[in-house]
Design a protein around this ligand. Structure first.
Ligand SMILES: [Cu+2]
Length: 579
């Protein structure tokens, strides 16, 4: 069982336990004796079962098992201690166990709410608030059921509730000051890269595009989705003029995975202002790294990219040899792109398939009909990639894999989530049961290019209630805070920086640092054993712990965020300051 599925199991059992206690309480209040006893017994079993899931989580290396023990265990034990003996003694009036059972239900629900709503890091305030809530709810039920809590109990409840409210909501604590995010940088001016050798103009605008035989309202570059494919050769100076015709919420160009100077990175409010209708912005950078990349708007990026403001950027090391096919996968208006394409390819032709995931969630790719190698991931060549056959690859949001093979005499087909998107003829192969390549164990290892770590950061990815400007939202959080309240990471130019990224949530978070590629050190404590993996996009699945490192060699203020862009918009964005 993966840590992710253990987490889900634990959550389901916790919900069942809470439901059982509450249901049992309600049934006994209604004098439905068999039902009450049945539900209470069920809740008791579920509560005990959580001991098993929490132990399993601790053994799987789940970072927060101790916290579950601290919060869930005392409340569950209190629930069992209060409700258990009364149940055994409830020979007479079943109604007498209603309050204890309800108390148990409130206690388990409280622990559940702390886990789901409050998130990381657990605080004494949240604990106090929960206890106050449980006590208050019990007192209210007690009254409602006709009995009367004593004056002392009422007063104690009031005192605990007020104390918890004051400390729990942080009214006594001054808000932590967050350093200002500078919005203007004098770093490497784009003009110093030299005269452009490759010039492009992209005009962003609303458009209607045809997808799968249906008209879809889109936002597009040059009225097409994806936008025009930009190509260059290493050594070129690329200049792209971005114009905005009518995208009211503004547009920028971010060169995903391309480590351009900060002023060209296209993050509105950080490296430039969003380009509004009628305006333009000229990007210029040297194409010094060959590989498969893509570009997309970073202005209201969740909506903008989903609506179609993206395209492919390919930088080749020299003149093209063989067949070079780009496959940017996207979902537009609920329909998959690109449209399936078939072409005849002469046997023996070297083929490179550049697979690009421009969606916000993972896609599964399977190449049938030939052996192949994964030549590059996220634009960086792998070391000693071996031949693979009948093996699928999972590409995270924003990620790219280059698959290479020599065309066989028989047809090949590329499947994305079971759908053929590219083929050289008819292929009928079931690919859904194929094993998935683990890039951490593929290719030939080589020693890390550095022997020290200067700065270490831990990023705990989670969900939690966030009160930003008094508007409550269920944010995606990093270390318990949501954008713009996550303190920036400040490092010196040249520092070797290590990130430990922990996913405490129930969903995948594809992590993406701007301006740098990170070297994968380990996942779940196991060192990466294959070719060095220099990534700009990687899936941190529920329960996973990733250790990555990089040399902070690109000065400026860099976005560091989840590339599920809805998550990024809902708080999961912070900044790395390199100076
Ligand atoms: Cu995410």
């Amino acid at each position: 069982m993966t840590t992710g599925s253990l987490l889900t199991a634990d959550l389901v059992i916790a919900v069942l336990a809470a439901g059982g206690w509450l249901g049992g309480g309600a049934a006994s209040a209604a004098r439905r004796r068999p039902l009450a006893l049945g539900l209470a017994a069920f809740a008791l079993l579920a509560t005990l079962a959580r001991a098993i899931t929490i132990t399993a989580l601790a053994r799987a290396g789940w970072w927060f098992a101790a916290e579950k023990v601290l919060i869930a265990a005392p409340l569950s034990l209190a629930a069992v201690a209060v409700a258990g003996p009364r149940l055994l003694r409830a020979a007479g009036d079943i109604r007498s166990v209603a309050v204890p059972l309800l108390f148990a239900g409130y206690a388990t629900s409280g622990a559940l709410l702390v886990t789901v709503l409050h998130g990381y890091p657990a605080s004494a305030g949240a604990g106090l608030l929960t206890v106050a809530g449980v006590v208050a709810a019990t007192a209210v039920s007690w009254r409602a059921l006709g009995a009367r809590p004593s004056r002392t109990v009422s007063r104690a409840t009031l005192v605990v509730a007020v104390a918890a409210l004051v400390t729990g909501t942080g009214l006594t604590v001054a808000p932590e000051s967050v350093p200002d995010v500078p919005h203007d940088h004098g770093y490497r001016d784009a003009r110093t890269v030299g005269e452009p050798t490759r010039r492009f103009t992209l005009t962003a605008g609303t458009a209607t595009v045809r997808v799968g035989g249906r008209d879809v309202a889109a936002w597009a570059f040059d009225a097409q989705v994806p936008g025009p494919e930009l190509t260059a050769t290493v050594g070129d100076v690329v200049e792209v003029t971005l114009r905005n015709r009518d995208i009211g919420r503004g547009v920028t160009l971010h060169w995903h995975g391309y480590d351009v100077p900060n002023s060209q990175d296209g993050v509105p409010g950080v490296t430039q202002a969003a380009v509004l209708p009628g305006q333009e912005f000229v990007y210029r950078f040297r194409a010094d790294q060959a590989g498969t990349y893509w570009y997309h708007t970073h202005s209201v990026s969740d909506v903008g990219v989903r609506m179609g403001l993206y395209g492919v950027l390919v930088v080749r090391p020299g003149p093209m040899t063989g067949l070079d096919v780009t496959v940017p996968v996207h979902t537009l208006g609920g329909r998959p792109l690109p449209a399936p394409r078939t072409e005849r390819v002469e046997a023996g032709t070297p083929v490179r398939l550049r697979l690009i995931n421009t969606d916000s969630t993972t896609h599964r790719y399977a190449l049938a009909g030939t052996a192949f190698r994964v030549a590059a991931i996220d634009g960086f060549d792998l070391r000693g990639p071996t031949s693979l056959v009948d093996t699928a690859v999972l590409i995270p949001a924003g990620g790219r894999y280059d698959l290479v093979f020599n065309a066989p005499a028989t047809p090949v087909a590329l499947f994305v989530d079971g759908r053929v998107v590219y083929s050289t003829g008819e292929v009928s192969t079931a690919t859904t049961t194929w094993p998935v390549l683990d890039p951490l164990h593929y290719g030939v290892a080589s020693p890390a290019p550095w022997s020290r770590i200067d700065r270490k950061f831990t990023l705990v990815l989670d969900r939690g209630l966030d009160l930003h400007e008094l508007l409550p939202r269920y944010a995606h959080t990093v270390n318990g805070a949501a954008d713009p309240d996550i303190p920036p990471q400040v490092v010196r130019l040249g520092d070797i920086v290590r990130f430990t990224i922990v996913n405490r949530a129930q969903v995948v978070h594809p992590w993406h640092l701007h301006g740098h590629h990170v070297l994968v050190l380990s996942r779940d404590g196991k060192p990466a054993a294959g070719s060095p993996l220099w990534l700009d996009s990687f899936d941190v699945r529920p329960g996973e712990v990733w250790e990555v490192a990089f040399r902070a060699d690109n000065p400026g203020m860099w976005a560091n965020h989840c590339h599920n862009l809805a998550h990024a918009d809902a708080g999961m964005t912070l900044h790395l300051m390199v100076s």
